[in-house]
Design a protein around this ligand. Structure first.
Ligand SMILES: [Zn+2]
Length: 112
């Protein structure tokens, strides 16, 4: 992955998902679980390195999807499983731009 912003965003999403899971567990148990604060700290730290454009898009999509950023496999968005136009592949691998799925709007990233 050439786009470091996307790379950070993928990590950010991982932490975000872990945090939400931790919150669910806490709700069930009724007491805070260990490591929660650490995750929160890591999330804040990563936020500083994500450009506002990416962060804004992520947060907007987050209200709709559990995973706002999804990998592309065989030219297919793994969020909604629709086929992406071929020009996407060529451009997005080179660019530092943000690409979103035309069908579901999720942010896309290509794994090497
Ligand atoms: Zn999609």
């Amino acid at each position: 992955m050439k786009n470091t912003q996307l790379e950070i965003l993928v990590h950010y999403q991982d932490i975000d998902l872990m945090l939400r899971e931790a919150e669910e567990v806490e709700k069930t148990l009724g007491f805070p679980i260990e490591g929660h604060e650490k995750l929160q700290g890591a999330k804040k730290e990563l936020e500083k390195h994500i450009s506002p454009k990416y962060l804004h898009t992520y947060q907007r999509l987050r209200t709709r999807y559990k995973r706002p950023i999804v990998p592309v496999q065989n030219d297919t968005c793994l969020g909604c499983f629709s086929k992406l136009p071929t020009y996407f592949k060529v451009r997005a691998r080179e660019d530092q731009e943000m690409y979103t799925c035309e069908n579901c709007g999720r942010i896309l990233y290509w794994m090497n």
